[in-house]
Design a protein around this ligand. Structure first.
Ligand code: ADP
Ligand code: MG
Length: 699
C-alpha cells in the first residue's frame, strides 16, 4: 500500500486534516464520508471495520488443498450459464500455469455481463474435489486490471460499513492511504509499565491492526486496546465532570449529630434496615461537606428509599436549609406528600405540595413563603424548577425517578443553585449504566427490602390455563385476600381496538367471572376524588379486586393484596412489569403474580422468562438492557457522552471497570490533567468532549 502515497504527501497528513484532501477523495466523496460521520483523517482512522476477512494470500492452483480456503489468481478460460436447472448455475473454468479449477456460482445469472473469457480474476473460497476436479463454490472474486495481473489489494482486511455511494472496498482503499502514516499520526496515551501491567498493545499498533490485522490474535489485541481507550476517555470525562461539580461550587454543609439522628429516626414507626442505615451514613457524610452531594439512591420498589430521602430532608431542615422534593408526575408528587405527611405528624417542619392546579391567589402567598424561607420542605414536579419559584436557602434537592428527568433539567437545576442533590430511582439501574450514563454520580444501593415481606411467585399463564388461574384467584379472594388486575389500556375507544382494555374487562370480571366479589375500576382519567375514594376503599379491604391500568404502578401499598394478574403482559416493558409486581409481596403472606400472555415475539418471551426466573430488580434491569439491544446503549449520547464506536458496555464490562478505576485515579492525582505525561490524553479528551469539561480554559 505504500506505493499509493508518496513520502512527501504522507508527511502532510494530520489527524485534523479533512478527508477531502486525501488521495482518491474529492468534494463529492468527502460529502458522502460526512454522512458516515467521517470528516477528518482522525475520524477515518476511527471508522472501524464491522467485520474482518482473513482470506489467505494467493497461491498456485496446484498448491490448493481440498477442504481448505485458498485464493488463486488465474485466467478465465470459459464460462457457461445453465438457467434451466432448478438452481441456475453460472460456471467458469479457471487456469494458471499449474492447473485448472472449476468455479460455480448458484443463481449466478448476474455474472453473465461481468465475467468474460480472457479476464484474469482473483477468487477466494473453499476448495473441494468434485469428480476428480478442483472446484470452488460461490467464491469471493475480483476482476483484475488487464495490464497488471497483480492486484493492488487482497481480500483480507476490514469490511467497512458502506453505503450506496461508497463501497467497503473504496473505503478500505482510502484508509489504506493513511495506514502507513499511522505511526506518525497516533499518539500514545500510557507509559510502557502501565501498558505491560494492563496487557495493552501500543495505540499505533492497535490502529494499524484494526484495519489490517495480520491474524486473529492481533485483531483481538487491537480491539482490546481501542475499546479500553474509548472507555477510558469516557470515564475520564465523567471523572472530570464529577470533579468540577464537587469542587467548583459550594453547598451548605449539613452536619449531623447523635441528637439530630435519633430525633429523625424516632419519626419512623420501625427500625431502619441495615441497607437504609448504610445509605443514610453515605448521604450524611456527603451532606456534611461544603461540596455539593451528587448521589444516586437505587433500590427496588418498596425497599424503603422514601424513608431514606426523608431522613436526608430532615437533616437539611435541621441545618436551617430548605428542601425541594421533585417527582416526575403530579400523582407521584402527591404520593410523596401523603407518605411524608404520615411520618411528619405533629412535626414543626413546614411542608407544602405545589401542584399545577395551584394558581393565582393561593399560589402567590405560598411562593412568597418559600422565598422568605418559611417553608421547609416543598414537594412538587419539575414545575419547581420554574423561574418563579425562588428559595431562600435551598440546601437539598431530592429527585425521584431520575431517568424520567432529562439531563438538561438536571443542569438547569444546578444553574440556579448548587444544593446537595439526591436522585432516587425505583427502577434499578444496571451496573453498566450506573457506571456510564450515570457515571458522574455517587451511588448508594438498598439491596434488601425491609423484613416481613412474603415471597412472590410468578407464573406465565396461557389461554388454556386461564380458567385454572381464575379459580386459584377465587380461592384466595374467598380467603379474604385482595387482587389487582392490570390492563395495558383504559378503554378500547381509541387507537387499538383489539387490545384488552380495563373498562371492558372490568364489566366482564364483575358480572361473569367474579360476580360474588366486589370488583372496582381505577384509572388515571377518573376525577381525583373518585380515585382517592377507590384507593381508600381498597386499602380498607372493602374492594376485593381492583381493575386498573399502570396507574397502580405508583403509590399503592396494600399488604393484603397478594395477587396480581397482568393481562397482555407481553405488551409491558420489563421494568414496568417488575414495578407492577412490586405492588404485591408487601405483607408477610405469599403472593402470586400471573402474567397472561400469548405471544410468538421472542423478545417479549424473553421478558416473561426473566420475570418468572428472577425477583432481583438489578438482575432484571441488566437483562432488560440486553434484550433491548445495542440501540438502546446509544442513549449515552443523551447523557452528554461521546458515542462508543467499538466498545460495548455490556460485553466489555471488565474493561469498563478497569477503565473507570484508572480514570478516576488519574483525575484524583492530576485533576486538570496538566502533567506533561497526560498531554496526549488531554488533547484526545478535548476532541471528544469539546470544552464542556472546562479543560480548555486551563490550557
Ligand atoms: P420505596 O420508596 O423504596 O418504594 P418506601 O420508602 O415507600 O419504599 O417504603 C415501602 C414501604 O416499606 C412503606 O410502607 C414503608 O413504610 C415501609 N418501610 C420502609 N422502611 C421500613 C423498615 N425499615 N421497616 C419496615 N418497614 C419499612
Ligand atoms: Mg417510593
Amino acid at each position: 500500500m505504500t506505493q499509493s502515497v508518496s513520502e512527501k504527501s504522507q508527511n502532510k497528513i494530520t489527524l485534523s486534516m479533512p478527508v477531502q484532501y486525501l488521495k482518491g477523495v474529492g468534494p463529492a466523496k468527502a460529502r458522502t464520508f460526512a454522512q458516515l460521520g467521517v470528516n477528518t483523517v482522525g475520524d477515518l482512522l476511527e471508522y472501524f471495520p464491522r467485520d474482518w476477512d482473513f482470506s489467505p494470500g494467493p497461491i498456485k492452483i496446484d498448491q490448493t488443498e481440498p477442504g481448505r480456503t485458498a485464493t488463486i489468481i488465474a485466467l478465465l478460460e470459459s464460462t457457461d450459464y445453465n438457467s434451466h436447472r432448478r438452481q441456475p448455475i453460472f460456471e467458469a473454468k479457471l487456469s494458471d500455469d499449474t492447473g485448472v479449477c472449476r468455479i460455480i456460482w448458484f443463481h449466478g445469472g448476474y455474472l453473465c455481463d461481468k465475467l468474460k473469457p480472457g479476464q484474469v480474476i482473483m477468487a477466494s473460497g473453499k476448495v473441494a474435489l468434485y469428480k476428480h476436479q478442483l472446484q470452488m463454490t460461490n467464491p469471493k472474486f475480483l476482476v483484475l486490471d488487464e495490464k497488471s495481473s497483480e492486484p493492488d489489494e487482497y481480500f483480507s482486511g476490514g469490511v467497512y460499513p458502506a453505503c450506496s455511494k461508497l463501497s467497503s472496498r473504496q473505503i478500505k482503499k482510502i484508509i489504506g492511504c493513511v495506514h502507513d502514516a499511522v505511526d506518525k499520526l497516533v499518539p500514545e496515551f500510557y507509559d510502557k509499565e502501565f501498558r505491560a501491567k494492563a496487557n495493552l498493545i501500543s495505540r499505533k499498533e492497535a490502529f494499524a491492526w484494526i484495519h489490517l490485522p495480520p491474524d486473529e490474535e492481533k485483531l483481538a489485541k487491537a480491539k482490546r486496546r481501542l475499546k479500553y481507550d474509548e472507555l477510558f476517555l469516557m470515564q475520564l470525562g465523567l471523572a472530570l465532570r464529577r470533579f468540577r461539580m464537587r469542587h467548583l461550587s459550594m453547598a451548605a454543609p449539613c452536619a449531623c449529630s447523635d441528637e439530630i439522628d435519633s430525633r429523625i429516626r424516632k419519626r419512623f414507626p420501625f427500625l431502619l434496615t441495615e441497607d437504609q442505615s448504610g445509605a443514610i451514613a453515605e448521604i450524611a457524610a456527603d451532606m456534611a461537606r461544603p461540596e455539593p452531594m451528587n448521589r444516586l439512591l437505587q433500590g427496588d420498589v418498596g425497599s424503603g428509599k422514601t424513608v431514606v430521602a426523608l431522613y436526608a430532608a430532615l437533616l437539611a431542615v435541621a441545618n436551617g436549609t430548605q428542601v425541594a422534593i421533585m417527582a416526575p408526575t403530579e400523582i407521584l408528587a402527591a404520593q410523596h406528600f401523603l407518605r411524608i405527611e404520615r411520618y411528619l405528624n405533629n412535626s414543626k417542619v413546614k411542608r407544602v405540595l405545589i401542584t399545577g392546579g395551584l394558581t393565582g391567589k393561593k399560589r402567590t402567598p405560598l411562593l412568597e413563603q418559600i422565598k422568605q424561607g418559611e417553608m421547609d420542605i416543598v414537594i412538587g414536579t419539575v414545575a419547581l424548577l420554574q423561574k418563579d419559584i425562588e428559595f431562600q436557602k435551598l440546601g437539598l434537592v431530592v429527585i425521584d425517578e431520575q431517568h424520567k428527568f432529562g439531563v438538561e433539567q438536571r443542569a438547569q437545576l444546578r444553574k440556579q443553585t448548587t444544593p446537595h442533590c439526591l436522585v432516587m430511582t425505583a427502577t434499578p439501574i444496571p451496573r453498566t449504566l450506573a457506571m456510564t450514563a450515570f457515571g458522574d454520580l455517587d451511588v448508594s444501593i438498598i439491596r434488601h427490602s425491609p423484613p416481613g415481606r412474603g415471597t412472590v411467585i410468578t407464573r406465565w399463564v396461557d389461554r388454556d390455563d386461564r380458567q385454572k388461574a381464575f379459580q386459584f384467584v377465587r380461592e384466595r379472594l374467598k380467603a379474604k385476600k385482595q387482587a389487582y388486575f392490570v390492563y395495558p389500556r383504559i378503554t378500547a375507544l381509541e387507537e387499538n381496538e383489539d387490545i384488552k382494555a380495563a373498562t371492558d374487562e372490568w364489566k366482564n370480571l364483575s358480572t361473569d367471572v367474579f360476580p360474588e366479589f366486589n370488583v372496582e375500576l381505577l384509572h388515571g382519567r377518573m376525577p381525583s376524588a373518585k380515585k382517592q375514594q377507590i384507593m381508600v376503599e381498597f386499602r380498607k379491604g372493602k374492594i376485593d379486586v381492583l381493575v386498573s391500568t399502570v396507574v397502580i404502578e405508583v403509590g399503592m401499598d396494600v399488604p393484603n393484596a397478594t395477587i396480581m394478574v397482568i393481562e397482555e403482559a407481553d405488551r409491558f416493558g420489563l421494568a414496568q412489569l417488575h414495578q407492577l409486581r412490586g405492588r404485591i409481596g408487601r405483607g408477610e403472606a405469599k403472593s402470586y403474580c400471573f402474567l397472561f400472555a400469548e405471544t410468538e415475539n421472542e423478545i417479549a418471551k424473553g421478558r416473561l422468562d426473566i420475570m418468572i426466573r428472577s425477583n432481583d430488580g438489578f438482575e432484571i434491569a441488566e437483562h432488560d438492557l440486553r434484550l433491548r439491544g445495542p440501540g438502546e446503549l446509544f442513549s449515552t449520547r443523551q447523557h452528554g457522552l461521546p458515542d462508543l464506536k467499538i466498545a460495548n458496555i455490556l460485553d466489555d464490562y471488565d474493561l469498563l471497570v478497569m477503565a473507570r478505576k484508572n480514570a478516576f485515579e488519574m483525575v484524583r492525582s492530576d485533576p486538570m490533567l496538566n502533567r506533561p505525561q497526560h498531554k496526549n490524553i488531554r488533547r484526545a479528551l478535548l476532541e471528544k468532549f469539546g470544552d464542556s469539561l472546562g479543560l480548555a480554559d486551563v490550557a
